[in-house]
Design a protein around this ligand. Structure first.
Ligand code: NDP
Ligand code: 2IT
Length: 462
């Protein structure tokens, strides 16, 4: 049993816990430590939370309610049996049914899913919607697999997962390696097993219950949040127009960040994938990127066959610690690939090159040391759990549409997304001000999200 964690002993207790855990949990501790340090001003100033040792709120918040781990055996196209591991981390359901994505990537392990599930609790709370926090996935690698293999894997994964989910229990969605194709196969298998056509997954293709705009939601949401934050901080309108932007990733989030930036008159000049970094200084050709990454699922290197003057830096050719994409001069940097992709070296390069803002599309893309450097610099900083909440917010809208047997228009969802992102931004900014850390959106987001979850946990008892 761990010691009760209070404002006074938080740092030592975390360090003790860290020593007892395996390396897989490093990212989970990174996420947890950031949140707990952010909460110190709250513990100091607010009686209810300062006394929360009695309620054991922190211990209950950092311990998943349930971790489900299962075998996924499936047949590849050569009729050979393949074995993967599946997981669902049901972290906290104080505010509503467990909610969060599924990640299919060879790097997936329990520690990564605990970090993602933990972040999801506070992110979902920030949306103001009645949804709890969860994450799941598998070490299955969709890369190089045929459509049939992906379908067979999804069916085998759902054969076990269906036991633990339901529209009022736990509603998974997509994340890295899981898009509309995978959600469609997962949904089909759930329906076959249970005979229920119900809103058990979000991010479904729109012609059978998916919300319009769910594919665009995370990326568009990141840009709406960033625009609002810059408006609040600089008191200028049209803060995005004319800006040179670097973006990492070339998947769902990155491509829709690029799309919205182009709508607003900015020039996104880069993207990255697991093979390397693409830099097109005239502005990226989004139609071509979508064709290469969403339809053909090939390396970004192919882009240079059409645009010979664009530069492609393969991962292996970039010897330094850090990432080639953050060396490109820009006004705003949008890390949208994966966790810890922006290091201290990268943060320093951004500062040196005059970057004014880092806006996080991926979950925890900056290392904790990079985050500290960004916070201490003059750059504006939109942290992931607030800035990328648009995806799960539209997932929440999909749950509402499914429950009411309705289909909202693209324009309605877009308007609600914009309103939600702006409200999150204002709430985070005002919370930071209230707790004496004005302009620190990291602390503001952690405190605002935590308060909503903690209030519900205290009111619900144990
Ligand atoms: P996708 O699978 O659609 O795209 C991920 C992209 O990032 C791909 O281009 C991939 O390269 C690249 N990438 C992933 N992992 C690595 C790695 N270890 N090294 C280098 N490149 C990598 O995922 P999403 O766009 O959905 O997710 C991106 C990030 O956004 C993740 O952190 C996710 O948790 C977060 N997020 C996603 C939401 C959503 O709604 N989808 C919502 C909120 C956050 P390649 O093409 O070579 O595979
Ligand atoms: O990290 C995230 O917020 C997601 N992957 C989306 C989760 C969801 O339930 O839509």
């Amino acid at each position: 049993m761990m010691q009760r964690i209070t404002a006074v002993n938080a740092k030592e207790e975390i360090a003790k816990l860290k020593n007892e855990q395996c390396a897989e949990d490093d990212v989970f501790f990174q996420a947890m430590e950031e949140v707990l340090l952010s909460l110190l001003p709250l513990f100091k100033s607010d009686e209810v939370y300062a006394k929360n040792a009695k309620n054991a709120i922190i211990q209950r918040l950092i311990t998943p309610n349930r971790v489900i781990k299962f075998q996924v055996s499936w047949l590849n196209d050569k009729n050979e049996i393949q074995v993967n591991t599946g997981y669902r981390v049901q972290f906290n359901n104080a505010l509503g049914p467990y909610k969060g994505g599924l990640r299919f990537h060879p790097s997936v392990n329990e520690g990564i899913l605990k970090f993602l599930g933990f972040e999801q609790i506070l992110k979902n709370a920030l949306t103001g919607l009645p949804i709890g926090g969860a994450k799941g996935g598998s070490d299955f690698d969709p890369k190089g697999k045929s459509d049939f293999e992906v379908m067979k894997f999804c069916a085998a994964f759902m054969k076990e997962l269906h036991n633990y989910i339901g529209p009022r229990i736990d509603v998974p969605a997509g994340d890295i390696g899981v898009g509309a194709r995978e959600i469609g196969y997962l949904f089909g298998q759930y329906k076959s097993i249970t005979s229920a056509f119900e809103g058990v997954l979000t991010g479904k293709p729109h012609f059978f219950g998916g919300s319009l705009m769910r594919p665009e939601a995370t990326g568009y949401g990141v840009v709406y949040f960033t625009r609002k934050m810059l408006e609040l901080e600089t008191k200028e309108d049209e803060c995005i127009k004319g800006k040179i932007c670097t973006v990492s990733g070339a998947g769902n989030v990155a491509l829709h960040v690029i799309e919205k930036l182009q709508h607003l008159g900015a020039t996104p000049v880069s993207c990255t994938d697991s093979s390397g970094t693409l830099y097109d200084k005239r502005g990226v050709d989004l139609e071509l990127l979508k064709e290469l990454k969403l339809n053909k699922r090939v390396s970004l290197k192919e882009y240079t066959k059409v645009h010979a003057d664009a530069e492609f830096t393969p991962v292996a050719d970039y010897p330094e610690e850090g990432h080639a994409v953050w060396e490109i001069p820009c006004d705003i940097a949008f890390p949208c690939a994966t966790q810890n992709e922006l290091t201290v070296v990268d943060a320093k390069k951004l500062i040196k090159n005059g970057c004014m803002c880092v806006a996080e599309g991926a979950n925890m893309p900056s290392t904790s040391e990079a985050s500290s450097i960004i916070l201490k610099s003059d750059m504006y900083y939109a942290p992931a759990k607030a800035a990328n909440a648009g995806g799960v917010a539209v997932s929440g809208f999909e749950m509402s549409q499914n429950a009411a047997m309705q289909k909202w228009t693209f324009e309605k969802v877009d308007a609600k997304l914009k309103e939600t992102m702006e409200n999150i931004c204002i709430n985070v900014s005002e919370t930071a001000k209230e707790y004496g850390v004005e302009g620190n959106y990291v602390d503001g987001a952690n405190i605002a999200g935590f308060k909503r979850v903690a209030d519900a946990m205290i009111a619900e008892g144990i």
